[in-house]
Ligand binder design. Structure first.
Ligand code: ADP
Length: 162
């Protein structure tokens, strides 16, 4: 049976840090479902559709093993519905741990069968977040080290229109 995991997140927008985690996860799982979270209380720069499209473009070379979905449900419910056994998350530094720990605990109560798996990012990306990237783009900084070309283009479009 093929091993399936979900990788949930905002991906607003996808960065090399997210891509690094997705590729590491594909060494362990046969298929990875990237779940774009829609959280009405969290304002995003890109719409869910735009975030989904950018993830698909950024991971085009793995398109046979990666599927991207938009999720408005509880992560564990959606994971179960999609036949996933694990939730993948990335860790940058110990500061990520506290928040992740709370999330795993809650998810365990909701569904004790679904386990979370954490991958540590390459040290080149340990200070990288979507928020950093948006900040750099807003001030027209150099984005090449942080995001793929297509993401860079879309960020530049967003900020030159605003
Ligand atoms: P969320 O709002 O769920 O935190 P993000 O898109 O910010 O959504 O992050 C999704 C996942 O990717 C999280 O597990 C986060 O820790 C991980 N992640 C984000 N950026 C990096 C990075 N530079 N290196 C490793 N993991 C990362």
């Amino acid at each position: 049976m093929s091993k399936v995991a979900v990788y949930p997140g905002s991906f607003d927008p996808i960065t090399f840090g997210h891509i690094d985690i997705a590729k590491r996860a594909l060494k362990l799982f046969d298929h990875l479902i990237i779940m774009i979270s829609v959280n009405p209380s969290k304002k995003t720069l890109f719409t869910a559709q735009e975030r989904k499209w950018l993830v698909e473009q950024a991971l085009l070379d793995e398109k046979d093993r990666i599927k991207v979905v938009i999720n408005e449900d509880l992560k564990v419910n959606k994971a179960r519905e999609l036949g996933a056994t694990h939730i993948v998350r990335g860790l940058r530094a110990v500061t990520d741990f506290e928040y992740e720990f709370q999330m795993i605990t809650a998810n365990r109560v909701l569904d004790h069968e679904i386990d979370s798996v954490f991958f540590m990012t390459d040290s080149r990306f340990s200070f990288l977040s979507s928020n950093n990237v948006k900040e750099i783009a807003r001030f027209k900084g150099e984005l090449d080290a942080f995001v793929p070309e297509i993401v860079k283009q879309k960020l530049n479009e967003k900020y030159s229109l605003n």
